[in-house]
Design a binder for this molecule. Structure first.
Ligand code: 3PG
Ligand code: MG
Length: 386
């Protein structure tokens, strides 16, 4: 038990019991020839194995359940968990996997009847779906109201690391944010400014900040309705906010992910000509960000510095990833695209913790809690009160 959240050891004896395990096997799926679907990175499946093995070794019968993608509340073969089931069968014998939870509209609606359907025939519930624990969905918050419940190993580890960052980080604490949308991350930026000593901002979101500083940003990503907030953040925390001082731009004829389309790639300062799109931070910024990262006691990275999936624009993200890997500070990657980036550069093993949750890790850092954790805490408190 940590942060009041019950763990596997807190469950009644699992031997001979039927355990429903909510996992987040929402992994990338590729559509191949002839409609054959196959899974991409299986990190989220492998990450649940310690919990599944713990239960099986102790004689439990294990039924997993997950969502996959965002089907519209009805069965849809494009979202079937079948490819996940095949991979799971290779990794862990004797584990059942229910069909996509979101084939039933009751899942996202957190419907009572769907909760009853889910828990029928099960004695115990384990939540190991960290990546989905920010969702108030039936399979996350429902079962703990009815069954003895606990967090699995993965969920417990994520909570330990991410709440640890909030509680007692080694200083200086350097947070790095990027990715495309400022509006999605403003709450996180504000929370990070309370927790971290330095905040680095790159990626698509940096252009709304650069525009707020009065620079011309050409055709780069821009959220006009966020300019005032960015101005306020710069006025209040400008000394701790680090924005790129140089930018890699793609000319108007160029296309992302399509080098054959032509177009020119050029290096600019903070301003871009009309029609050009900012696609990466420049080498001067990457170097300055690395210097800050190398001095860090704690690093939290969420969001790439540029369009790293296009090899022409990977340099900024790569230099930052290398600095994070090289730093002696405790380093945490907050899921999603930055996790894909460290994997692409072969640096995942150099990082202390790669979170399996994107939205969930940000929300946990921002709020200090998640609906899935609260449900487990309440379940344990109710059992104790009996
Ligand atoms: C994720 O991939 O972020 C989680 O599995 C949650 O998925 P969702 O954003 O569709 O709820
Ligand atoms: Mg390191």
């Amino acid at each position: 038990m940590q942060f009041g959240v019950p763990e596997l050891e807190d469950l009644p004896d699992v031997s001979g019991k039927s355990v429903l395990v909510r996992v987040d096997f929402n992994v990338p799926i590729h559509d191949g020839v002839g409609g054959v679907r196959s899974i991409g990175d299986d990190l989220r499946i492998r990450a649940a194995l310690p919990t599944l093995e713990w239960l099986i070794e102790r004689g439990a019968s294990v039924t997993c359940c997950t969502h996959l993608g965002r089907p519209k509340g009805a069965p849809d073969p494009k979202f079937s968990v079948e490819p996940v089931r095949e991979r799971l069968a290779q990794l862990a014998p004797d584990v059942k996997l229910l069909e996509n939870l979101r084939f039933n509209a009751g899942e996202t609606a957190n419907d009572e009847a769907f909760v009853a359907e889910l828990i029928a025939g099960h004695d115990l519930y384990v939540n190991d779906a960290f990546g989905a624990s920010h969702r108030e969905h039936a399979s996350i918050v429902g079962p703990p109201r009815f069954l003895p419940s606990a967090a699995g190993r993965l969920l417990a580890k994520e909570v330990e690391v991410l709440l640890g960052l909030r509680d007692n980080p080694a200083r200086p604490f350097v947070a790095i944010t990027g990715g495309s949308k400022v509006s999605d991350k403003l709450g996180v930026i504000e929370a990070l400014l309370d927790l971290a000593d330095q905040l680095i901002i790159g990626g698509g979101m940096c252009f709304t900040f650069l525009a707020a500083m009065g620079h011309s940003i050409g055709n780069s990503l821009f959220e006009a309705d966020q300019v005032d907030t960015c101005k306020q953040l710069l006025a209040d925390h400008g000394d701790r906010l680090h924005l790129p001082t140089d930018i890699v731009g793609l000319s108007p004829e160029g296309k992302l992910f399509d080098p054959a389309a032509g177009g020119e790639v050029r290096h600019f300062g903070r301003s871009l000509p009309d029609g050009w799109m900012g696609v990466d931070i420049g080498p001067e910024s990457a170097g300055a960000f690395s210097d800050i990262i190398l001095e860090a006691g704690t690093i939290l990275w969420n969001g790439p510095m540029g369009v790293f999936e296009d090899a022409r624009f990977e340099a900024g993200t790569k230099v930052v990833a290398e600095a994070v890997a090289e730093s002696r500070g405790f380093s945490v990657i907050g899921g999603g695209d930055s996790a894909a980036a460290v994997a692409q550069f072969g640096l995942a093993s150099e990082v202390d913790h790669v979170s399996t949750g994107g939205g969930a890790s940000l929300e946990l850092i921002e709020q200090g809690d998640l609906p899935g954790l609260a449900a487990l805490r309440e379940s344990a408190a109710a059992a104790k009160a009996k």
